[in-house]
Structure formats: structure tokens, C-alpha cells
Write a protein that binds this ligand. Structure first.
Ligand code: SAM
Ligand code: DTB
Ligand code: SF4
Length: 352
């Protein structure tokens, strides 16, 4: 349903003007919008797993999984359902409400889809939200995944349209838009964002967010990644982005897409706690939790628990279809209503 606060006609100048606001002014505006539509003390917690690693034929300049770069990432075939399930159970026990599965493919082949569908359906059966990022989808793929229980599909536009060709040469920007359309048409929720710190200008960061906000529907989830520079990739030595510019990017994303969940995504391990706190204030409402992203590091589980405690944040609770509310185990049962196990193996208490 269209909402008065969701616009899809942002001009570059308008977005640029938000980036150019005095820092405190920008954060103030973003935080007001954030708390109007979201609980400012709740953070959605997702865990990532690479279910098919490395050996990718694409040439994305940031990516450690591209076969053509010597990054030390060993190629691995698609994982078995049971192995994924074990990792998903552990993620749930550690407090994640969504399990995101990534594959280093240009796109899945038709024969891969039934295997991924079986994985999705098994993970969904644990009571977790499911997300997959498999590259460009072919005919019918999105619908099969949706039918298997997939909630979200992650497919990033990564950068401004005019900078895209400097980062990726093996596919077109338009290809990304095509897959995003298939995802929406299948009724999947969209997770779509990008990477900053790849040598783009502020205007190009504005261009990334302008393109996201002007999609036919705002993505429900908007991951903002800070480049994790990986030795062997063409961007290994990219100049580090000013952390305050990263915070501005989060704030502008929040202002442009008020109802979306903005994720403080890759790059947290390289970020100090104070910058993360500013990101939460500016409108970030989701993180990846767990010591690995796909192939690179993420903050220690204990460090994140401590950060949540210090900032009085709690994981966003997910109300499952069965009506069970999974309580806040990341904070040691802060919201426990009774102490009975919910029976889903996650160790939380239940209000059902
Ligand atoms: N192969 C699929 C694709 O490209 O759509 C799915 C997996 S791909 C690794 C998912 C996303 O990870 C990319 O779109 C990119 O935004 C992000 N990513 C990859 N390498 C990164 C890095 N070094 N730093 C930050 N984000 C990165
Ligand atoms: C997204 O936007 N960021 C995540 C997830 N979607 C798939 C991936 C980050 C990958 C960072 C590099 C790596 O660990 O390989
Ligand atoms: Fe392949 Fe995705 Fe990495 Fe690009 S980002 S090289 S498509 S795994």
C-alpha cells in the first residue's frame, strides 16, 4: 500500500542536499524519522552463512569470492541441508531471528534451485526468518523459493548507476533491476542496498541512495555495507571512508526510506563502538551477528552482547506464525514472561 511518507521521485540534488546538511542537523532529522516509524532501542539481528563459497565467475572489484582474484578463499560446493541446519540452529540459539544464506554464483542454475529450496524450507522449519542471496534469478526461481518458505531475497545495486561500470564489468546495472523485479513479483520481501568506501564521491553515494529510494517499492531491508578491503581484490587499497561519512549515509538512507529497516551491514569489525552507536542513532535498525559475514570477519558475539548492553539495545522480537514470541536471549532473557522453554531449541522463554 502506498504511504504518504514513501516517495519515489527523489532528485539527485535533493539527496545531495541531505548529505550536505550540518552533521548534527542531519542526525537530528534522521533520528526523528527513525523513532516515528521504528523502536529506536530495538535492533533486528540476522546471521549470515555462505552456503556456496568462492569460485565465482563475476568480477566485482570488492569481492573476495571472485575466482579471478587471488584472495585465499577456497571454493566450496553447495552445502548439504543438515550442515546448514546445524548452523541455523546455532544462530537461533545465539539470538538471531533471521538466517541469511549467500552463494557465490552469478546466478543459480535451474538444477540448483530444488537444493536451495530444500535448505530454505528446513531453515524456515526452525522458526527463523529466511533470506537468500544467490545472484541473478532465472524464470520461476523466485516463485519456487517463495513457495519453499523464503521471506527475503538480497540483491544489492551496490553503487550509483554511473559508478557501477567501474566496479563490475561482467553484468549490467539493468540486470540487477530485472532480478529485483522478479523478487517483488513473486511476493518476496526485498533486501537491497550497497557498499560505500569503494572510492566513490559523495555525489555517487547520494546516487546509490537515490536509486534505492526510487525503486518501484522501497526495499523492506536496506543493507549499507562499508567496504571490507580484501587483499587480492582490486579494491584492497581503497582509501578508507571517513566514519562520519558512513554515518551520514545511514542517516540519509533513513530519511529517504522511512519505513525500511536500514542495516549496518559489512564493515562493523573495522568500526569503533562510538561510530556504531551513531549509526543506531541515525537510523540503523539491523545488524549481522556472528563472527563471520560470508568469508570475512564480523565482531565477536560477546562484543556485540556488550555493545547492546552498553547502548540499552535489544534484539527485535519476531512474532512467528504459531504466535510464539521469541524473547530476548541476547540480553539473557530481559523480556522473559515465563521461564518455560519455547520448545524450539533456541532457549528463549515464551509469551504464547
Ligand atoms: N553472488 C551474489 C551477488 O553478488 O548478488 C550474492 C553474494 S554477494 C557476496 C552479496 C553482497 O555482498 C554483494 O552484493 C556486496 O554488496 C556484498 N559484498 C561482497 N564483498 C564485500 C566486501 N568486500 N565488502 C562489503 N560488502 C561486500
Ligand atoms: C549484504 O548486503 N552484505 C552481506 C549480505 N548482504 C550477503 C555480505 C557482506 C559480505 C562481506 C564480504 C564477505 O564476508 O565475503
Ligand atoms: Fe560473485 Fe556475488 Fe562476489 Fe560478485 S559479489 S564476485 S557475483 S559472489
Amino acid at each position: 500500500m502506498a504511504n504518504a511518507v514513501t516517495r519515489h521521485d527523489w532528485s539527485r540534488d535533493e539527496v545531495r542536499a541531505l548529505f550536505d546538511l550540518p552533521f548534527n542537523e542531519l542526525l537530528h532529522q534522521a533520528h526523528l524519522v527513525h523513532r516515528e516509524h521504528h523502536d529506536p532501542n530495538a535492533v533486528q539481528v540476522s546471521t549470515l552463512l555462505s552456503i556456496k563459497t568462492g569460485g565465482c565467475p563475476e568480477d566485482c572489484a570488492y569481492c573476495p569470492q571472485a575466482a579471478r582474484y587471488d584472495t585465499g578463499v577456497a571454493a566450496q560446493k553447495l552445502m548439504d541441508v543438515d550442515d546448514v541446519l546445524e548452523r541455523a540452529r546455532a544462530a537461533k540459539a545465539a539470538g538471531a531471528s533471521r538466517f541469511c544464506m549467500g552463494a557465490a554464483w552469478r546466478g543459480p542454475k535451474d538444477r540448483d534451485i530444488p537444493k536451495v529450496a530444500a535448505i530454505v524450507s528446513a531453515v524456515k522449519g526452525l522458526g527463523l526468518e529466511t533470506c537468500a542471496t544467490l545472484g541473478m534469478l532465472g524464470d520461476g526461481h523466485a516463485q519456487t523459493l517463495k513457495d519453499a518458505g523464503l521471506d527475503y531475497y538480497n540483491h544489492n545495486i551496490d553503487t550509483a548507476p554511473e559508478f557501477y561500470g567501474e566496479i563490475i564489468h561482467t553484468r549490467e546495472y539493468q540486470d540487477r533491476l530485472g532480478t529485483l523485479e522478479q523478487v517483488r513479483d513473486a511476493g518476496l520481501k526485498t533486501c537491497c542496498g550497497g557498499i560505500v568506501g569503494m572510492g566513490e564521491t559523495r555525489d555517487q553515494r547520494a546516487g546509490l541512495l537515490q536509486a534505492l529510494a526510487n525503486l518501484p517499492a522501497h526495499p523492506q531491508s536496506v543493507p549499507i555495507n562499508q567496504l571490507v578491503p580484501v587483499p587480492g581484490t582490486p579494491l584492497a587499497n581503497a582509501d578508507k571512508l571517513d566514519p562520519f561519512e558512513f554515518v551520514r549515509t545511514i542517516a540519509v538512507a533513513r530519511l529517504l526510506m522511512p519505513l525500511s529497516t536500514v542495516r549496518l551491514s559489512a564493515g562493523r569489525q573495522q568500526m569503533d563502538d562510538a561510530v556504531q552507536a551513531l549509526c543506531f542513532f541515525a537510523g540503523a535498525g539491523s545488524i549481522f551477528h556472528g563472527e563471520k559475514l560470508l568469508t570475512t570477519g564480523n565482531p565477536d558475539v560477546e562484543a556485540d552482547r556488550a555493545l547492546f548492553r552498553r547502548l540499552d539495545l535489544h534484539p527485535l522480537e519476531v512474532v512467528e506464525q504459531a504466535g510464539t514470541v521469541h524473547a530476548d536471549i541476547m540480553q539473557g532473557g530481559r523480556t522473559a514472561v515465563d521461564q518455560a522453554s519455547c520448545g524450539n531449541g533456541c532457549g528463549c522463554s515464551t509469551t504464547a
